[in-house]
Design a protein around this ligand. Structure first.
Ligand code: NAI
Length: 319
């Protein structure tokens, strides 16, 4: 397969996340080379991207100022890793979440890249100190963790290795902003990064409330989708505190005792198995049967909701 001209961004692994990154970078006007160990995956990814971009255009959700054809012309496949990375300024690794596999690919890239490219991993939960250990170009390495589906959910967590150069973080931050994503900097690595730590805190208390018979699984989900989630799409938990009283310090004065009292009653880490798992599963399957067709249809509906929400958010300029 012929490779595009040197420069721009290289995506290593053209699965679900690799394709999304390719679309985002092209929307920002960057040349993208898609590499995969499976030639067939590259072909499927290119077809899938063409279909997706056309659909986005039809629904008025295409990102960036370029037309579909212009964006498509920026994306090409490349089955030779050495040629793919020649002259690249940013490499986004998107192979499956397996430490040994990622380390192998990163070591391979480390041997062939120059001193200026950024080596970025999409890893959801592998620590940079493990991923990038021993690499010559460790200063140029960073985790840029997207949220699924990245085209509609703009957050990207930037997580440095202890030896990552500040310039690497700054450059990746600027690049993410350029393609319309919302990067946040973790100042040091921590297991689960920030998003999954928050998510797991919510999931574990949700599980305990169901396990303790306080609320049904379907009502529990409503507490988030019809309650907390309504505001969390616009303001975070800390700003919520600030606005729910006469400022943050007033909130702490008024509510810290109550918060600590309730927090002391939180139970241990759930097992996520046994009869509670059965009960939650039954409730979820009543709502969305767990066969591939129903799950795919519900995911499509979720993505449509996220697309509309992201349009609304772009119209609602912060005051
Ligand atoms: P996927 O399984 O859809 O795609 C992985 C791709 O990597 C496949 O096309 C596969 O052929 C390719 N690959 C495997 N070995 C390779 C190699 N040696 N060289 C080049 N390509 C190779 O995986 P997905 O879901 O796209 O995940 C990729 C990364 O993104 C993972 O680290 C995952 O944790 C992370 N991520 C995934 C999210 C999700 O919701 N799926 C969300 C955020 C991050």
């Amino acid at each position: 397969m012929a490779c595009a001209a040197a420069g721009g961004v290289v995506i290593v692994g053209s699965g679900l996340i690799g394709r999304s990154w390719a679309m985002l970078f092209a929307s920002g006007g960057f040349k993208v080379k898609l590499y995969d160990i499976e030639q067939q995956q590259i072909t499927i990814a290119l077809e899938n991207i063409r279909r997706e971009l056309k659909l986005l255009e039809q629904t008025g959700s295409l990102k960036g100022s370029l037309s579909v054809e212009e964006q498509l012309s920026l994306i090409s496949g490349c089955s030779n890793i050495q040629e793919a990375v020649e002259g690249a300024m940013h490499i986004q690794e998107c192979v499956p979440e397996n430490l040994e596999l990622k380390k192998k690919i990163l070591a391979q890239l480390d041997r062939i890249v120059d001193d200026s490219v950024i080596l970025s991993s999409s890893s959801s939960c592998l620590l940079p100190s493990k991923l990038f250990a021993g690499l010559v170009h460790v200063k140029q390495c960073i985790v840029a963790h997207p949220v699924n589906p990245p085209y509609y959910v703009p957050l990207v967590e930037l997580v440095p290795h202890p030896e990552t150069a500040p310039a690497t973080v700054d450059r990746t931050h600027a690049l993410m902003r350029k393609i319309g994503q919302c990067p946040v900097r973790l100042l040091k690595e921590v297991d689960g990064f920030a998003l999954n730590r928050l998510q797991y805190a919510v999931i574990s208390e949700a599980w305990r409330l169901v396990e303790d018979g306080v609320v049904s699984p379907s009502d529990l989900d409503l507490v988030m989708s019809e309650g907390l989630g309504m505001r969390y799409a616009f303001i975070g938990p800390l700003e919520t505190m600030h606005l729910n009283a006469e400022g943050m310090l007033n909130y702490c004065d008024r509510y810290s005792e109550g918060m600590k009292r309730v927090l002391k009653t939180f139970g241990p880490i759930p097992e996520f198995s046994g009869s509670t798992a059965g009960k939650v599963n039954q409730a979820m399957c009543m709502k969305v049967p767990d066969d591939p067709e129903h799950l795919a249809a519900r995911r499509q509906w979720r993505d449509e909701c996220l697309m509309r929400l992201s349009k609304l958010k772009s119209q609602m300029q912060p005051q």
